[in-house]
Design a protein around this ligand. Sequence first.
Ligand code: SAM
Ligand code: SF4
Length: 477
Amino acid sequence: MAVNTTPSGRTLPPGELDRQQQFAQACQGLLKERFGGEHTLLALVHSYGCQQNTSDGERLMGMLAEMGFGFTETPADADLILYNTCAVRENAEVKVFGNVGELSHLKKRRPELLIGLCGCMMQQPHIAEKIRKSYPQVDFVFGTHSLHQFPEILAGCLEKGRRVFRVEESDGVIAEGLPVRRTPGVKASLPIMYGCNNFCTYCVVPLVRGRERSRQPEAVLQEAREIAAAGFREITLLGQNVNSYGNDLGAEASFPRLLREVAEIPGDFWVRFMSSHPKDCTKELIDVIADTPKVCKHIYLPVQSGSNRVLRLMNRHYTVEWYKELVAYARERIPGVMFTTDLIVGFPGETEEDFLDTLKLVKEVKFASLFTFLYSKRVGTRAAEMDDPVPKEEKSRWFSMLLDAQREIGAAHYREYVGKTFKVLADGRSPLGLTGRTEFNAVVDFPGEESLIGRFLEVEVVRAEKHDLTGEIRRVL
Ligand code: SAM
Ligand code: SF4
């Protein structure tokens, strides 16, 4: 699929990457001046929040590696600490403020230490201002739209010895060609698009990540080939709403098509994707999942609420009936398919009756797992203006009821797995030996040699406890 109708202005201006590479080179010299020529530079990059942010973090690490940095996870060993922040809920922001606060001791002890903040939280002017005023230990700040300008920002900070704040308003660009330092292992993530057009009323993402923009299919496929050639065994395609991939590229591009084409790349790997907005999830997509062996049989389909009234207030553009129809179609087409969802509890104006509808939906659909969030008020969103009369204690009670229901549903799924054999990708160590995931996304621990990490295995589930599945290897594939 060769599509090339990206609206101009969405890609970087010609020569911009070269310009940034020159800044990266300049940083090498400036860093030597700051830390001494013999010093081995170490950076700590921590990404908060979603996989999209982790993926941005891998690009930031790629740029740092170009400037001569190695990496550490110990703050006291680092010469540069970069927190790539998340703004989706207040508690993510509170955590960042706490962690940055703690760095003031390190900065006092080693004034040459460089501290930077970037990502979604920093794209909000009121937050950047708070950092400027109250966190003098921070040397530089930049928002999501300036990610590709990191070398320029760091060079400015090193050269002038001044704090740099770059929080530009923009609909966002697509920066192809940035270096990537993937975390070594079995799984890799691959962004296929950036931003979001949906403006769910509770959500800050469209405000901090700009409008939806899709990467060219060939750019995605080329990166997928590189990931497969590097030996990764699982590729997760990322977007805030992967189902609207290609809407800005013309009629030829679509997510089902891209998914199929990624899976057609030669190599022994699985493909997953997230997130999938129910309003744009099509039967065509479900058919591709059903008919493409490399695509995992697990659909992450955030529903947010089981009440049509609340879904309307959230601006989600689907109904509970539509959602259940999608689930039913997928279950008919894909034997054993499992669903995971996101739910928000305590949206402004949600009543007990609305909540009970959500509980009912959870019991009906029987999700494999839930990501449940207490509603968090976000500056600049429409929901922040809505009346929110339900007390926090009541919302917490609803939250616990959901967790209790899901605990039972999860345990019942697990009991059904006992005695069955699944294809599993071994992806790490566990107290039993190894751990891995089935294509239906269930985690199973089993005895096995470390050399099997990264291999596909047939594992029979022999025991199920509340939160754990135990298996035994039957065959190495
Ligand atoms: N784009 C994805 C989608 O629409 O499914 C979700 C992206 S968002 C980063 C991840 C989840 O955070 C959402 O599905 C939602 O459940 C939750 N979330 C977003 N804003 C929230 C808020 N203000 N309060 C609580 N949870 C929120
Ligand atoms: Fe936020 Fe809705 Fe966009 Fe997801 S689809 S990122 S919840 S606005």
